[in-house]
Design a protein around this ligand. Sequence first.
Ligand code: URA
Length: 241
Amino acid sequence: MERLDKFLSASGAGTRSQVKELLKAGRVTVDGTVERDPGRKVDPERQSVCLDGEPLGGRRRVVLMLNKPAGFVTATSDARERTVMELLPPEYKHLDLNPVGRLDKETEGLLLFTNDGALLHRLISPRQEVPKVYYARHEGTASREDAEAFAQGLLLRDGTKCLPAILEPLGPGESRITVREGKYHQVRRMMAARGMPVEYLQRQREGALELGTLALGACRELSEEEIRALEQTQVGISPGI
Ligand code: URA
């Protein structure tokens, strides 16, 4: 049993305050009878809860893409730092969303959230090796030797061995990097290992999904088609990665 207002907002009917208004307006029925009490206990497994006559099937699956700004930690809560959860619009606050993987506090760009546990697991599982593409501004200029070292699988300064990755020099102090694992500070450590400390880092792509023109700090829901494409992301996408 759970509170009716909680169930309604977890089902995507709106924020707690929007749900209160829906109830007040008599738009919600429980087993066919109008219910106005937000605290009424319901059992969604056994009872039929409808909004404007349409049955609510429980918490809807949501996958959100955020263009994360620098200065926010990827965590659901933190005692000292601002978290990425603060960037989600209020209508998503009650949907039990979790960040998919992590971006460092200072890294910007594509960060996904979902309330679908199976999809979350699939996307963060190291076995899935979903390719992730980053844009970096850094000291120095990447050379062909640097690109070859990335392709071979870099050895980091602490002895950690990386999987083969792609380094594409874009110009002086600018590169595109594609990795298919998510070690702590992975890209920053890889670039540092080649003497090119990163000054700015942005994730631009994850599997088939592109950040595109989404504004910094903004988020959008993925379509069912985009979610399907994500689910079908193949292990170890070619070429060479
Ligand atoms: N690699 C990093 O170093 N930082 C990130 O946030 C993501 C990948």
